[in-house]
Design a protein. Structure first.
Length: 72
């Protein structure tokens, strides 16, 4: 598939081992996984695109010049 790195929230940490097993079963190259702390809303809930709108969109940050090089 050409995927070399997977960067996602730490809430996906528990299913990573299963995904690695699937890559190995398919004889595919296993990407490197990185898990980052979740960014929380002021009320300590997970950010949601339904509840929090454009603040969770990378394109919003790109368009404001804060994410240069995020998209090729």
């Amino acid at each position: 598939m050409g995927i070399t790195h997977v960067i996602r929230g730490q809430d996906h940490l528990t299913n990573t081992h299963k995904q690695i097993l699937i890559y190995e079963a398919l004889s595919a190259t296993v990407p490197r996984f990185a898990h980052l702390p979740l960014i929380l809303a002021p009320n300590k809930s997970k950010l949601s695109k339904r509840k929090h709108g454009e603040v969770v969109s990378l394109t919003t940050y790109r368009d404001r010049g804060l994410c240069a090089g995020c998209f090729s």
